[in-house]
Design a protein around this ligand. Structure first.
Ligand SMILES: [Zn+2]
Length: 313
């Protein structure tokens, strides 16, 4: 898929063009003449979001809210800039993310460290601060009503502490951010997507990740709307696959010495992921699509191990 595509009545998946086609999505939910964006993609995504809005026949005035699942810049980096174009929209985010949205400087510095400056400037590019007067903190269980359509926020720590999923009970679409992992179209085998956790630094927590996943599974969604990438029909097998991978990640981190260099963590995680992919019928070549994620995920896993060691666990 490229550009945008309505996947369900009133739900449009927008490819934000980050890194490569089929890598990062934002979502437009429409109810009559009102709309909500879920996710913004990074800063350079904003023109594409506005184009998708125009293509759906809606004006910028029709957008009542922009909901970000968490503050990482590939999900919310466009928020400040997007709001400048949407005069009636409020930004909805978890309270733990507020400070980063109004002052993204620390997040930008942290992202540069994780991604490297050249890649950061080339892809994520930065962020515009959000006007504090336009943000609403939303907590677990709170509901935003798009006309009569309830969109429920679910606090889902595990990937990071300020993570929310958005549950649209009308379409039974679950907008899962990074809480239900990552699955790229290139790595799907037959009709089985290859789902793996997003353990990006610095707040990954495998126990919390699984607890959040089980809570989401209890909703019995019809569609899992991943930010990375796109809609997947929900199945318990898919959730089971992801839970298995989280437990392998955890076991790997426990087995590795935290003093090993980052490259050693990446190599070990790549081997683990490749073995699992092959078990599920994937090919070695599929791993070529996952290199960037392996580096980030390995950093996050090592950060969790260090945290555990510090806490004496
Ligand atoms: Zn993230």
């Amino acid at each position: 898929m490229s550009g945008y595509q309505e996947i369900h009545a009133g739900v449009t998946c927008i490819d934000v063009g980050y890194v490569r086609p089929g890598f990062a999505a934002a979502w437009l939910i429409r109810e009559g003449e009102r709309a909500v964006f879920v996710e913004t993609g990074p800063l350079p995504s904003v023109p594409g979001l506005l184009e998708a809005l125009r293509a759906s026949g809606l004006s910028p005035e029709a957008v009542e809210a922009v909901i970000v699942t968490h503050v990482h810049l590939d999900h919310a980096g466009g928020a400040g800039e997007l709001l400048r174009h949407l005069p009636n929209a409020r930004l909805l985010a978890h309270p733990a993310g507020m400070a980063h949205l109004t002052d993204p400087s620390r997040l930008i510095a942290g992202s540069m460290e994780v991604y490297g400056e050249a890649l950061f400037l080339d892809t994520l590019a930065g962020a515009v601060p959000v006007d504090p007067a336009r943000i609403d903190a939303v907590r677990d269980g709170e509901c935003f009503r798009l006309g009569g359509r309830p969109l429920t926020m679910i606090h889902t720590p595990g990937h990071c502490l300020n993570h929310l999923c958005v549950w649209d009970e009308v379409s039974r679409c679950l907008f899962s951010g990074d809480a239900c992992g990552i699955a790229y179209p290139e790595c799907t085998v037959g009709d089985r997507p290859f789902l793996f956790p997003a353990s990006t630094p610095t707040q990954f927590d495998p126990e919390a990740y699984v607890a959040s996943l089980r809570r989401l599974a209890a909703l019995r969604p019809a569609w899992l709307c991943l930010t990375h990438f796109g809609p997947l029909p929900w199945s318990d097998a898919l959730a089971g696959d992801l839970e298995e991978m989280v437990s392998r990640y955890r076991d790997l981190a426990i087995s590795l010495d935290e003093s090993l260099p980052p490259e050693a963590w990446t190599t070990a995680l790549t081997a683990l992921t490749q073995a699992r992919s092959m078990e599920l019928g994937g090919t070695e070549q599929a791993m070529a699509w996952l290199q960037g994620d392996m580096t980030l995920n390995a950093q996050g896993l090592a950060a969790w191990k260090k945290r555990m060691t510090r806490q004496g666990k």
